[in-house]
Design a protein around this ligand. Sequence first.
Ligand SMILES: Cc1cc2nc3c(=O)[nH]c(=O)nc-3n(C[C@H](O)[C@H](O)[C@H](O)COP(=O)(O)O)c2cc1C
Length: 194
Amino acid sequence: MLDERTPVRLIGMSGSLRAGSYSNAVLATLRERFAGRADIMLYDLAPIPLYNQDFEGDKRPAAVKAMLADIAAADGLVFCAPEFNHSIPGVLKNAIDWASRPSFQSVLAYKPAAVMATSRGPLGGARCLEHLKVALDSCLVRVALAREVIITACETKIRDGRLVDETSLMFACGAVEALFGEIAVRRLDTAARG
Ligand SMILES: Cc1cc2nc3c(=O)[nH]c(=O)nc-3n(C[C@H](O)[C@H](O)[C@H](O)COP(=O)(O)O)c2cc1C
């Protein structure tokens, strides 16, 4: 089991750069909700340049190197993405592309993660979540098994930058609890291998 005395280090990423982002509001709510058990760093992807395969390895831009180091040091990731054109926001996909290299041996490989999606519409989010899971699967990310978290009509469930809808919050917290379980399994695996 996880040592409850040591907070788990998590990185929260949304892919929205918008000041009033609903997705970032969900991550901020989770950061507060799990304070003491987890340190959730809300990651700013604005400084991450567009992916370019000419700049891999040592040639990676400084902001990308820093992001990779932060991901490597984290116990897990919490993704909460808005749906953009029935898919993942380009900002988030770009960050995943940088972090995915070298393929299958990247900082993302076997990294536990929780995934969730937001949408202003009554139907949106599900397609983004599916695409996100496919992309993370290709990077060997361990997405924690949990009930799907799709926060539709999010503008009615978020007030003053916090998720206030108890049902949505219950699902989101369930995904983070599942992530804790995945991290515990990973730590046991690592300890068993010596
Ligand atoms: C370029 C763009 C594409 C969008 N496409 C969709 C979509 O396909 N489905 C959907 O439900 N909402 C879509 N939306 C609405 C966003 O999900 C909504 O604006 C959301 O609040 C943005 O996330 P944020 O609040 O975290 O910034 C789109 C918004 C933008 C700007």
